[in-house]
Design a protein around this ligand. Structure first.
Ligand SMILES: Nc1nc2c(ncn2[C@@H]2O[C@H](COP(=O)(O)OP(=O)(O)OP(=O)(O)O)[C@@H](O)[C@H]2O)c(=O)[nH]1
Ligand SMILES: [Mg+2]
Length: 423
């Protein structure tokens, strides 16, 4: 992959060609969000809006530095791993659990300033600069299985905004259901951004390590993670130096190499747009033809004095369309359906139909006149109901179709960008 050197005021390192693609996708996301406003409830739009704004913040910071978090249960050895990677005692490790209360960010001395603003935006205020690889910004996180509910919330809040997550497990808890069901299964779409560490292998007989790694791999595959990257380490063994740390750094470097910052954003955007497409999809294509038929039937019923049947016909149609539309469009259409009887009655008042019985008694010439008058009346009723009832529904469906078109465009563009990134 070629890298461009682009000046961005203060130089922040090379910008990947994917940068422009992401900027373009975020513009499409903005457009889609704007057209979804009023079509989809704000609550449903919020995750996508947050995602787009988070992504914008992320790409304004160096893409050749990756924010890598150490995540896992208490006592698995996250802080010990951070220390071993830095070859320094930056993080407190301990026997009193949970030890790490607040996330601690660790970056290279020469580059800490470049990423500090992003860490601040993530709410990571404890930051330290040491000699770790310059492409790495490590975050030692509080535990995921904590009795301290705040720890869990912190981790869950940060997870979507990290570039790479290192899941640290130990030989006892690597099959912990809370980890697999609570985190890994729901997050398996992001597995390209995951690295797994089986720590504390010094506590296992050497002959057993391999089988535990295989068992962990099986558990991860069951979570939907196809090719998990697993590294076996001893960050702070009972005796001797740490083990497997270089392997871990190598795997991290490999994971980060290929535009991983962007992979994550693409997965997020794809998930977001597909989720919203499900809300806006479906209805609309044959609406006009169906509406015309219903208006003709309803108008005929009104002119024939069958107001009750006309009301039933029209409201039934609106209920069907509301059901097909669902979500907030559905409830808006249902509100229109509720006011439809009133409009049908107004239309009936307007044309005051002579009964068909009376019509049959009239002489031929007059009857023809009445038939013409009936057609006029049907037109009057039809266009009245079209304006009062069908038009507002049409407006709702048009807005929905516009939102759907923009979301489709976004999701197709994201899929194309993902395919290009995979090549
Ligand atoms: N034997 C052995 N002990 C380890 C290893 N790594 C860490 N420990 C010990 O495990 C305990 C917990 O380590 P920490 O690094 O504090 O664990 P943590 O995951 O940061 O824990 P929290 O901050 O509570 O989430 C400490 O007593 C460490 O000395 C290892 O590889 N082998
Ligand atoms: Mg810790």
């Amino acid at each position: 992959m070629s890298w461009l050197l682009v000046s961005r005021g203060s130089w922040r390192g090379p910008i990947s060609p994917m940068h422009d693609t992401i900027v373009g996708l975020l513009e499409k996301a903005d457009l889609a969000l704007a057209t979804c406003a009023g079509v989809i409830e704000e609550d449903a739009l919020e995750p996508m809006a947050r995602l787009a704004s988070d992504a914008r913040v992320r790409i304004s910071y160096p893409e050749d530095m990756s924010v890598v978090a150490l995540v896992g249960g208490t006592g698995s050895g996250k802080s010990s791993l951070a220390n071993a990677i830095c070859d320094d005692d930056v993080a407190m490790i301990g026997g009193v659990r949970p030890t790490t209360e607040e996330p601690l960010a660790i970056a290279h001395e020469s580059r800490a300033g470049e990423i500090g603003g992003y860490l601040g935006a993530l709410g990571v205020s404890r930051q330290t600069a040491v000699r770790i690889p310059p492409w790495l910004c490590l975050i030692d996180m509080p535990d995921t299985d904590s009795v301290e509910i705040e720890h869990r919330l912190r981790v869950e809040q940060l997870l979507p905004r990290l570039d790479v997550v290192v899941w640290v497990v130990d030989p006892e808890k690597y099959r912990d259901a809370a980890l697999h069901d609570g985190y890994l299964k729901p997050l398996s779409a992001y597995s390209k951004q995951f690295v797994f560490v089986l720590n504390q292998i010094d506590r296992l007989a050497p002959a057993v390590v391999e089988s535990v790694v295989v068992d962990l791999e099986t558990a991860l595959r069951e979570d939907g993670i196809d090719s998990p990257r697993i590294v076996a380490t001893a960050a702070h063994p009972g005796s001797g130096p740490p083990h497997g740390i270089n392997d871990l750094v190598e795997v991290l470097e490999e994971t980060i190499k290929k535009d991983r910052v962007f992979d994550k954003l693409l997965v997020d955007l794809e998930r977001g747009s597909i989720g919203l497409l499900a809300v806006t999809g479906g209805t609309g294509l044959d609406f006009e033809a169906r509406a015309r038929t219903v208006l003709e039937t309803t108008a005929r019923m009104v002119v024939d004095g069958q107001t009750r049947s006309a009301i039933d016909e029209l409201t039934h149609f609106l209920e069907v369309i509301a059901g097909e539309s669902g979500y907030s469009s559905g409830s808006k259409i249902r509100r229109i359906a509720a006011s439809a009887p009133l409009h049908v009655q107004t239309a009936a008042e307007k044309v005051k139909t002579p009964s068909s019985a009376k019509r049959r008694l009239r002489p031929r010439g007059r009857r023809r006149k009445i038939e013409t008058a009936g057609a006029d009346q049907r037109d009057t009723v039809g266009s009245l109901l079209d304006g009062l009832v069908i038009d507002p529904v049409r407006a709702i469906l048009t807005a929905r179709a516009r939102a759907n078109a923009n979301l489709t465009d976004l999701s197709l563009s994201v899929a194309a960008a993902r395919a290009a990134a995979a090549r």
